[in-house]
Design a protein around this ligand. Sequence first.
Ligand code: HEC
Length: 480
Amino acid sequence: MTSAFSILLAVIFLAIVLVALMVYLLTEVSDHLSAKLKLYPEVTEQSYRLEAQINYVRQLRKVILYVAPIFLIGVLVYYFVKDTPMEAFVMEWLNLLVRWIHVVVGIMWIGASFYFIFLENNLNRTEGIRDELAGNLWAIHGGGFYFLEKYKVAPKVLPKHLHWFKYEAYFTFLSGFTLLTVVYYMDAKSFLIDPQVADISTLTAVTIGVLTLAVGWILYDMLCSSSLVKKPILFGIVGFALLAGISYFLMQTLSSRAAYIHVGALIGTIMAGNVYFIIIPAQKELVKSAVLGRPLDPTLGKKAGERSLHNNYLTLPVIFIMISNHFPSTYGHAWHWGILMVIMLASAGIKHYWNLLERGQKTRFILPVSVVALISLALITSPLSDSLAEDAAPVPFAQVNTIIQKRCIQCHSIMPTDEQWNLAPNNVMFDTPEQIQTMADRIMVRAVRTQTMPQGNKTKMTEAEREKIKNWILQGANIE
Ligand code: HEC
């Protein structure tokens, strides 16, 4: 038995003991609290608090029981595949699995959020509404008729089963952070760091990434506690400026692709933080007041409403950023920062138009301005701005081939030599002239226009070489 393996076994043994101990302790605490709860025949402030504590302890125990085995199996698998040909394969499947979960729970979260905004904007608030109601809505879906009622405050008797929408948000955050770790933090050299932007160590880069999320949330939360929140327009301007500053900083430290995804992750963190720290606690207080028959504190609902509104405006920008990684023409362009800002503003503008539309308010400018901004952005950064110098000499294919064999083939080949990519990425190979010619358009995008290839310029491609490739493609990409 190797010593590394015995250490692994020892760690696993310790972890199992620790988990068992925690589960035992939590069970004891929960039993103790339950015994105490029995002393209260009626619902009071104390009994209510006890019940909440019991639920909390039981949930914590459940989380530990689910997470610990998954984590242990993960560590074991990682130990056995590390530095074997299976490593890249396992990482790819892990990436796929986590991404799949992230997208599904993300759809559930944003979907529910869009649905409730739709409800709020479409409630019938006038015809035949009972006094205690704010409105109702008839709907037909999936072959069934639905009738929904919204209360002004709370029903006189709280229902036994009250559905909460919160796990969608929590799981979106957790799966998102896991995905960030799998794609960017565990493979920092490929995707997180770009030595041409900043030649930093993996540890520094990961620290910058994680701190951005934490500090970004704290700054946002401080902004929300300031008096600025009373002036929505000013709040929007300051909030956007803050986000723009953080984005700018990230683009000076991480690869542009990682910078984009971290801005998205920060927005996602703010949205999930709003649910976890503000909206759900406020709702818990509301339910508590209703159960104990106390007057409701109106500031709570208001605060939750504000955060909910912020989340609403952030939905379209965050979804764009999450898919932006498939579009190097955005993050890879020389103006990547500006592009990100315009897309964030324009998509929030579209969301604003959409909100007003659902409320039956017409606006003249917001939609056209947002759409024109997006189209102009696409045009300005399009190949229309590529130009062939008048005096450019014809570039023979042989020269281009030499460059590609020198700078790209390490990864893009049937037999890659790169230590990291033992399979041609995206199945793109440049072994034959035909393969190069077929991919000419994408080569233009990745190696010339956006310079996102070679990845992190690992093979040190020069400006002159990029210029040659560009001229060859603009001259028709002939391989004769
Ligand atoms: C160090 C390894 C490495 C080198 C060297 C490299 N690439 Fe890539 N390439 C990748 C990886 C990883 C991907 C997939 C991830 C992505 O798209 O960013 C990729 C994807 C691509 C794609 C397909 C994605 C698309 O946008 O269609 C093209 C085209 C490409 N590279 C062109 C090139 C060219 C041209 C060169 C040489 C100038 C080059 N690459 C050098 C690693 C490399």
